[in-house]
Design a protein around this ligand. Structure first.
Ligand code: 13P
Length: 262
């Protein structure tokens, strides 16, 4: 069990129309009341953010309590505004009610060519906008089978966090998402995940000091489901989950969050 407050985030990816987004957000907020010891985040498609923000506020309001589910973006550009057709700035995300933003997801690294340098620029822009970045790292199956997991993940952490001071490192959430486990149903074993989480925490220690490293929350992502979440949550350096497919079902997402609530 982690010594940090767990954070469980749902990455909805490019799924759902407006009606589905409204319904899912409402269901997650309404059913979240028993999970006070875990930070809950949902990351809908950018076009649905404003609407989902309203739904979360309304769902909590009808129950006369503060909102429990926070909002996050799935990506952001590295500038506050300007001639960047099709992009969304971190300031726009913040203005739409986001507190978090996922950066460097493997789908963006692979499909959109995002390098560590790109992720680094976006991360600095997101911090400047007051957002909490959820920075994703993870090796491919080929890299794992070649025994290169530690080298690849360390390189991504160093490159993505380059130039950050200890205070800024302390504001991050890191997500370890082995590419071979994303959307495949093939989850990393708790031991495999714990080993990489411990490696990342050690590296954060050398970059920002042991005190900061001990505070940073490191999520696991990749085929997390209600039936495997408890074993992951039992590991000392796994501080939550970044959930894809299973976050599209409110009951499943909250069952995962409950596993981290202990
Ligand atoms: P799945 O949970 O669908 O494997 O996706 C994980 C992920 O990519 C979360 O960002």
């Amino acid at each position: 069990m982690s010594a940090r407050r767990p954070i469980v985030a749902g990455n909805w990816k490019m799924n759902g129309d407006r009606a589905a987004a409204r319904a899912l957000a409402t269901a997650v907020e309404k059913s979240s009341s028993g999970i006070a010891t875990v930070d809950l985040v949902i990351c809908p498609p950018a076009v649905h953010l404003t609407e989902v923000e309203g739904q979360l506020r309304e769902a909590a309001g009808t129950e006369g309590r503060p909102q429990r589910v926070a909002l996050g973006g799935q990506n952001a550009w590295d500038k506050p505004a300007g001639a960047f057709t099709g992009e969304v700035s971190p300031q726009m995300l913040a203005d739409s009610g986001c507190r978090y933003v996922i950066l460097g997801h493997s789908e963006r690294r692979t499909l959109c060519g995002e390098t560590d340098a790109v992720v680094n620029a976006k991360l600095k822009a997101a911090l400047a906008a007051g957002l909490t970045p959820i920075v994703c790292v993870g090796e491919t199956l080929t890299e794992r089978e070649a025994g290169r997991t530690d080298e690849v993940v360390s390189g991504q952490v160093r490159g993505s966090l380059a130039g950050l001071g200890a205070d800024d490192v302390g504001r991050l959430v890191i997500a370890y998402e082995p590419v071979w486990a994303i959307g495949t149903g093939r989850v990393a074993t708790p031991d495999q995940a714990q080993a990489v989480h411990a490696l990342i925490r050690g590296l954060l220690g050398s970059l920002a000091g042991a005190g900061t490293a001990a505070k940073v929350r490191i999520q696991y992502g990749g085929s997390v489901k209600p039936d495997n979440a408890a074993d992951l949550a039992a590991q000392p350096d796994i501080d939550g989950a970044l959930v894809g497919g299973a976050s599209l079902d409110a009951a499943g997402f909250l069952a995962i969050a409950r596993a981290f609530a202990g």
